[in-house]
Design a protein around this ligand. Structure first.
Ligand SMILES: O=P(O)(O)O[C@H]1O[C@H](CO)[C@@H](O)[C@H]1O
Ligand code: HPA
Length: 304
């Protein structure tokens, strides 16, 4: 087995190596030439959470099918539009629909928009997702501020940074211990408190699995024992890529279902239920994100 990260040996479709720096640049330049907005904040909407983008004022929106080199959305609840506009008085760009590994996208494609965001001038990334709860104290409808993640595909060698490192984005060996910005988490917690959300706000560890099947009971028990509070099929590659290129990240999981860890339990989950709960809490999340963006000190780190 070859131990070099040469293009003929790295598992095909695993990394961002299939995209040249020029392609990211071409996409960013195309977008900047089609909108006057100059976003410093990027938002990725999770399953059923696309309404977050509807809150943007003075919108310019682009179907993913029209954007050069952009992947396409295939999952229900992910509209496939990139929306530019103003939120809380700040220029933002919002992905109404994300890409998942289980759709057959390489992790390079899954994270392609994150690097494009960086080239657009984005400094802060807010990632949202729908997730199932593993923590016994969590309830459906809770919002979990992500403190950290366990990247199961990443641990198994599926990482968007595999392949020759693009130094223009970041270092070969990026640290991940501060991937979820502490000050942004603090801000989110404070806003939740002031809005009276404390009863349904948690802070915890998100675990990414590959999907598309939901977890078996044994898997759910294992992930819980490993320290995961919630599980989903996205986010970690986006955050790895964002952290690599120096974006500050806030991650928010909406708990759409309880993941059963009990063989006697007859309750089961499906994507329809996930979307239903997401829609129910969408406005609450929108309020939190809008206020947080409004409070961001764009030239500095976080709160004004
Ligand atoms: O992570 P997001 O995109 O919010 O979606 C979550 O919901 C879907 C399953 O219902 C999966 O795609 C899972 O990852
Ligand atoms: O229970 C879940 N498991 C994995 N992904 C999910 N996305 C929403 N709910 C879940």
């Amino acid at each position: 087995m070859c131990l070099n990260s040469c293009s003929s040996c790295v598992p095909e479709g695993n990394s961002s190596m299939e995209t040249s720096h020029d392609e990211y640049l071409q996409t960013a330049e195309w977008l900047l030439s089609h909108t006057a907005h100059r976003p410093k904040v990027g938002v990725i909407c999770g399953s059923g959470l696309g309404a977050l983008a509807d809150a943007l004022k003075s919108q310019d929106s682009f179907s993913y099918t029209d954007i050069p080199h952009f992947p396409q959305s295939t999952v229900q609840g992910h509209a496939g539009r990139l929306v530019f506009g103003e939120l809380g008085g700040k220029a933002c760009v919002c992905m109404q629909g994300r890409f998942h590994m289980y759709e057959g996208h390489s992790l390079g494609k899954v994270t392609f928009p994150v690097r494009v965001f960086k080239l657009l001038g984005v400094e802060t990334l807010i990632v949202t997702n729908a997730a199932g709860s593993l923590a016994n104290s969590y309830k459906t409808g809770d919002i979990m501020i992500i403190k950290d993640h366990i990247n199961v595909p990443g641990l198994a060698g599926l990482n968007p940074l595999i392949g020759p490192n693009d130094e223009k984005f970041g270092p070969r060996f990026p640290p991940m211990s501060g991937a979820y910005d502490k000050a942004l988490r603090r801000m989110a917690l404070d806003i939740c408190k002031s809005r009276g959300y404390s009863q349904f706000v948690q802070e915890g560890v998100y675990c990414m699995v590959g999907g598309p099947n939901f977890e078996t009971i044994a898997e759910a028990r294992l992930l819980h024992k490993l320290g995961a509070d919630a599980v989903g099929m996205s986010t970690a590659p986006e955050v790895v890529s964002a952290s690599h290129c120096g974006l500050k990240v806030l991650g928010l999981s909406l708990i759409t279902n309880r993941v059963t860890k009990d063989y006697e339990d007859t309750e089961s989950v499906d994507h329809g239920k996930v979307l239903g709960v997401s829609k129910m809490r969408s406005e609450t999340l929108q309020g939190l994100v809008s206020e947080l963006v409004a409070q961001l000190d764009i030239n500095g780190t976080t709160a004004e």
